[in-house]
Design a protein around this ligand. Structure first.
Ligand code: ACO
Length: 388
C-alpha cells in the first residue's frame, strides 16, 4: 500500500496539501479567525463580546441570518424554538431500542438523521423552509441528547419546560431539576463559544453534504459523525481522562515528558489555525474559575493549569497551546454532566455554525468534487480465481 504523503505534492499546476492545510475551499462571511493574534469573530463581532453579553439563541440568529436580531425578531425566534423542542414519541421509541452502552454521539447522529423521515418536504429555495429547519434542529437536538441520557439509565425522557430558557431547559431535561441561574448562564456562554469556527472538519463535512442539495437533517447528521472523532470534538472527553491519569500536580512534568518522548498528542492542545492560546480557551478558563469560586474547587483545575504551564515551556515554541477543548470539560464536570456528553453538547452548539454554512452554501452552490493523485496499480490483467 502506498504511504500517505506528508508533504505537498504536485499535480499539474496545483499542489496537494495533506489535510487541505491552507487550501481555501469556499468564500464565507460567517466567522473569521486570526490564529497569530488569537482573535475570533462571528459576523464581525468578537466572541468575547458575544460570550459576555449575548445569549446562545441570539448568537444562532446572528450566525445564520448575518445580523443581530431586533427585539421582535429575537422574541419570535425564541418562541419558535421553544414551541419545537418536543420530539415525536416515535423518535423516543426508536432511541429506546439503541444499546444503552452505545456512545451518545452515535445516538445523536442516528436521531438527527431520523428527523429527515419526519420532515421530508424539501424546499431549499424557500426562506420559510430554511427558517423552520433551523428552528427544528436548534430546538430538537438538545432534547434528543437529554432523552438518550435518561433512556440509557432506564428512565423515560423528561418533557421540555416552556417556562425555562434554552440552556436552563436543556440542563433541566438532563438533570431533572432547574439549574442555578449562574450555572445556566455559564453553560449558555459555553454554547456561544462552541457555536462556530469556520471550515473545521465537521463544518467542511456539513458543506460537502449541503452541496449535494440534500436535506438539512442529513447535513447535520454527517457533521455530527465528523465531530465525534478524538482529533476534533471528541477531544474534550479525553482531556479529563488525561488529567485523571496524571493524577497529581507533582506528576505533571514527568507525565508530560514521557508523553512528548512517546510522540503522544496531548489532548486539548494544538490547533491547525491557532499558533497562540485559543481565545475560547481563555474565556472558558475564566468561566471555569467563576464556577469554582461560586460552587467549590475542583483539584483537576489546578492540575490543568500546571499542565498548561509545563506544556507552554515544552510545546509553546512549536505554537501548541490549549484549544477550546482543554477547559470545557472541567466546566461541564462541575455542572454534573457525564463525560461522554461533552461532545454531544459541542454538537448542540455547533449545529448553529453547521446551519449557517448550510444556508451560505445554498446561496452560491457548486457540488464539492475535488480531484486526487492516483497512486495505485495500472494495466493489470484479470486472472480467474484458480490462477491467483
Ligand atoms: N500534543 C503534542 N504535539 C502536538 C499536538 C499535541 N496536542 N498537536 C500538534 N502537535 C505537534 C505534532 O506532533 C507535530 O509535530 P512534528 O511536526 O514534530 O511532527 C506538529 O505539532 C503538527 O501537528 P499536526 O498533527 O500535523 O497538526 P494538525 O494541524 O494536523 O493537527 C490537531 C491539529 C488535530 C488539533 C492536533 O493539534 C491534535 O491532534 N491535537 C490533540 C487533539 C485535540 O485537542 N483536538 C481538538 C482540536 S480543537 C477542535 O477540533 C474542536
Amino acid at each position: 500500500m502506498a504511504a500517505t504523503p506528508t508533504a505537498p505534492q504536485s499535480a499539474g499546476e496545483l499542489s496537494f496539501r495533506p489535510g487541505l492545510e491552507g487550501v481555501p475551499a469556499t468564500h464565507s462571511a460567517i466567522c473569521d479567525i486570526d490564529g497569530q493574534q488569537g482573535l475570533l469573530t462571528y459576523r464581525g463581532y468578537s466572541v468575547e463580546d458575544l460570550a459576555n453579553h449575548s445569549t446562545f439563541l441570539e448568537t444562532v440568529y446572528l450566525l445564520i441570518w448575518g445580523e443581530l436580531p431586533d427585539a421582535d425578531q429575537l422574541a419570535e425566534f425564541e418562541h419558535e424554538v421553544q414551541m419545537h423542542r418536543r420530539v415525536s414519541f416515535r423518535i423516543r421509541d426508536m432511541m429506546k431500542c439503541f444499546p444503552a452502552s452505545g456512545h451518545p454521539m452515535d445516538a445523536l447522529q442516528s436521531s438527527a438523521a431520523s428527523l429527515g423521515l419526519f420532515y421530508s418536504r424539501r424546499a431549499l429555495d424557500d426562506p420559510q423552509y430554511i427558517y423552520q429547519a433551523v428552528v427544528r434542529l436548534i430546538a430538537k437536538i438538545p432534547t434528543m441528547v437529554a432523552a438518550f441520557q435518561l433512556i440509557r439509565k432506564g428512565q423515560d425522557p423528561i418533557q421540555p419546560r416552556d417556562d425555562l430558557p434554552f440552556s436552563s431547559n436543556f440542563l433541566y431535561m438532563l438533570t431533572e431539576r432547574a439549574p442555578d441561574p449562574l450555572a445556566a448562564q455559564i453553560f449558555d456562554a459555553c454554547l456561544i463559544l462552541h457555536a462556530e469556527h469556520s471550515l473545521n472538519a465537521s463544518t467542511f463535512s456539513a458543506r460537502v453534504t449541503a452541496s449535494t442539495l440534500t436535506d438539512p437533517y442529513a447535513v447535520v447528521a454527517s457533521a455530527v459523525g465528523t465531530l465525534a472523532g478524538p482529533l476534533h470534538g471528541g477531544a474534550n472527553e479525553y482531556v479529563l481522562a488525561m488529567l485523571e491519569e496524571i493524577g497529581s500536580e507533582d506528576q505533571v512534568e514527568p507525565w508530560l515528558d514521557r508523553a512528548i518522548a512517546a510522540k503522544q498528542k496531548i489532548m486539548g492542545f494544538g490547533h491547525r489555525e491557532y499558533k497562540v492560546k485559543d481565545p475560547r480557551a481563555v474565556i472558558l478558563q475564566q468561566l471555569a474559575k467563576q464556577l469554582f469560586d461560586t460552587f467549590g474547587d475542583d483539584p483537576l483545575y489546578d492540575l490543568a493549569r500546571k499542565l498548561e504551564a509545563a506544556a507552554a515551556e515544552r510545546l509553546g515554541p512549536k505554537g501548541i497551546y490549549p484549544n477550546v477543548d482543554f477547559y470545557s470539560g472541567l466546566v461541564y464536570r462541575k455542572l454534573g454532566i457525564a463525560e461522554d456528553l461533552f461532545t454531544p453538547i459541542f454538537a448542540i452548539a455547533r449545529t448553529a455554525g453547521w446551519l449557517a454554512h448550510w444556508k451560505e452554501q445554498l446561496g452560491a452552490n457548486r457540488i464539492y468534487r475535488p480531484s486526487q493523485i492516483y497512486t495505485g496499480s495500472t494495466g493489470r490483467a484479470w486472472l480467474p480465481v484458480q490462477s491467483r
